[in-house]
Design a protein around this ligand. Structure first.
Ligand code: AMP
Length: 111
């Protein structure tokens, strides 16, 4: 079943785009948890880290590199990257995504 993020990738749903290339797309989270809250998703429909395959190694490296570039381009010097995996961790959209969160002091440990 197509997730909200699949529909954003296909253009069926709009997004506030921050970055795009042939492998990934980044856009602002609709319910930001901090002054900067960006989601970075692969165009490939991977449900979560749980379903990664060896063939995804290069893609995951690309995503991490882009997450750093996107955070810095947003003016952040300090930020948190979060990948929720599974419902109990808080994952609500089952299309792999990296949260890039910053612009305020973040507490630890997470809830
Ligand atoms: P997670 O809970 O880790 O699965 O994160 C899903 C994130 O997607 C949440 O932070 C939501 O606020 C965000 N979200 C859901 N729908 C949209 C949308 N249409 N555009 C942007 N962000 C969304």
């Amino acid at each position: 079943m197509a997730t909200i993020f699949d529909k954003i990738i296909s253009g069926e749903l709009p997004c506030d785009e921050v970055y795009t290339d042939d492998k990934c797309l980044a856009f602002k989270d609709i319910t930001p948890q901090a002054p900067t809250h960006i989601l970075l998703i692969p165009r490939k429909p991977i449900k979560s880290l749980q379903y990664l395959k060896c063939e995804d190694q290069e893609l995951m490296g690309h995503l991490l590199l882009k997450s750093s570039e996107i955070a810095k381009a947003a003016g952040l010097e300090s930020w948190r990257t979060v990948i929720n995996t599974g419902a109990e961790s808080g994952q609500t959209v089952f299309h792999l995504h990296i949260h890039i969160i910053g612009g305020r002091k973040l507490s630890w440990p997470p809830g």
